[in-house]
Design a binder for this molecule. Structure first.
Ligand code: EPU
Length: 418
């Protein structure tokens, strides 16, 4: 049961936060394990609800899954491609990775159209185009995607737009296709490299992950291995933004600073003091910041997933800032909620125009994961009163141990149940 998140803001965050493994890697690596014919162990998994749901789905498909701390042992030996038109697959977006993984291993998959954070329509046409190019027949049967291939064969696939999900899904299926697949205009996010690293440890032959052309030479069989997941750059970035917004001093530990370069550069441009170490970043907030313009782009640009948290920080800046999202057309569901808190923000096309000023406490609702992050960051800045955030089930999909973590940093945060 999830309750309301209550925040009495106005306290600078201070201390150390240790970042967990990356959600958007974990949700791809767990389905990827299906491609192996022996046990895969994943370490450094985040303790978030999407991970638990994926483990249940693998169980429903016949795999045995054991969890111990932040590790998961997946025994996919007795797993089958059972049709999953409804149920758990509808609870998260990343269930679409079961399509590529089951197609690669069994030549067949039936998976209900994914749920998850639907802040705007999120089509999967590029995933389907990729499966078809590999020789699969794809049909939509009452809201479930049915994919079948007699034999998968390598192909050259040019993505119409840079898509993280389509790049990974095609890598999964192509790992078991006959011959060579080239993905052109591929996504370059660190999570793509993490998935390729796991697949290569399982016996795949993937080159170029992290560049715009990925070459996959199909293999006949893949085996188990052990893999440790990369740190969550979006979770890390959210705490960096929260530290700056509350004028705090936080050491964000267990990160790869290079993955956060675009954010670090923008925070420095505003006047936040940042100290980078090998595996940690210290963020020291300042009393005054400069207004800035931010453009959310595909990696290595500024991450769209940090666009909503950044909106909250930019309310704490004198003057007008403009934040434009070039990845999604309309990812601004957090804006009306921030306006309830007194923010002066106007959405114009794919941009939010933000006038700085103090926020006030209010009752607000998270409608998706990162909108939720923007709300808890905004609430932490409010000098008096208590902010009540509902819709916390979205927030807990991406922020492990949020309440204890914020408390450790000195925030006054608690949950209330009705
Ligand atoms: N797109 C299409 N057709 C497709 C695929 C994508 O039109 O077939 C469009 C999307 O609508 C969007 C853009 O292309 O406008 C990029 O979408 P992408 O496929 O890259 O997104 P995704 O794979 O569905 C992942 C993350 C998102 C993150 C995006 C962009 C996971 C599970 N999700 O989604 O994370 O916003 O990449 O970086 O990896 C989050 O963590 O809060 C989150 C939403």
């Amino acid at each position: 049961m999830t309750g309301k998140l209550m925040i009495a803001g106005g306290r600078p965050l201070r201390g150390t936060i240790t970042i967990s493994g990356a959600k958007n890697s974990a949700v791809a690596l767990i389905p990827a394990a299906i491609l192996a014919e022996s046990t895969v162990v994943l370490d450094n998994l985040p303790q978030i609800s999407d991970v638990g749901i994926l483990a249940e789905i693998l169980g429903e498909l016949g795999a045995s899954v054991e969890r111990e701390g932040d590790s998961m042992r997946i025994h996919p030996q007795s797993l089958k491609s059972i049709p999953m038109p409804n149920g758990n697959v509808k609870k998260l977006r990343a269930s679409y990775y079961l399509m590529g993984a089951l197609l690669g291993r069994f030549g067949e998959a039936t998976i209900g159209l994914p749920g998850g954070c639907n802040f705007e329509p999120r089509p999967i046409d590029q995933h389907i185009k990729g499966f078809e190019a590999l020789g699969a027949e794809v049909s939509n049967e009452n809201g479930a995607i049915h994919i079948r291939a007699k034999a998968l064969r390598g192909a050259k696939i040019y993505l119409d737009m840079v898509s993280v999900g389509a790049t990974i899904n095609i890598m999964l299926a192509a790992s078991r296709a006959k011959g060579i697949t080239l993905i052109e205009n591929a996504a370059k996010e660190p999570e793509i490299i993490d998935v390729a690293t796991l697949l290569n440890s399982m016996g795949a032959k993937i080159k170029g992950a992290g560049t715009e052309t990925i070459r996959i030479e199909g293999v006949d069989a893949m085996q188990g291995c052990r893999h440790s997941i990369i740190p969550d750059r979006i979770q890390a970035g959210s705490y960096m933004i929260a530290a700056a917004a509350t004028r705090g001093d936080v050491l964000v530990d267990n990160v790869i600073p290079k993955h956060l370069e675009a954010l670090t550069a923008k925070l420095q441009e505003m006047g936040v003091h940042i100290y980078e170490m090998d595996e940690s970043i210290r963020v020291v907030g300042q009393p005054e910041y400069e207004s800035i313009d931010v453009k959310a782009l595909v990696y290595p640009g500024f991450a769209t997933d940090l666009q909503s948290p950044m909106t909250s920080l930019l309310t704490q800046v004198k003057g007008t800032s403009i934040l434009t999202d070039y990845v999604y057309n309309n990812r601004f569901k957090h804006v009306p909620e921030l306006v309830r808190m007194g923010a002066r923000i106007k959405v114009e096309g794919r941009s939010a125009v933000i006038e700085g000023g103090l926020l006030q406490s209010a009752k607000v609702k998270a409608t998706d994961l990162r909108a939720g992050a923007s709300l808890f960051i905004a609430a932490l800045t409010v000098p008096t009163g208590e902010t009540e955030i509902t819709g916390t089930e979205y927030i807990y999909r991406g922020y492990e141990n949020l309440v204890p973590n914020l408390r450790n940093l000195g925030a006054e945060v608690w949950e209330e149940y009705e």
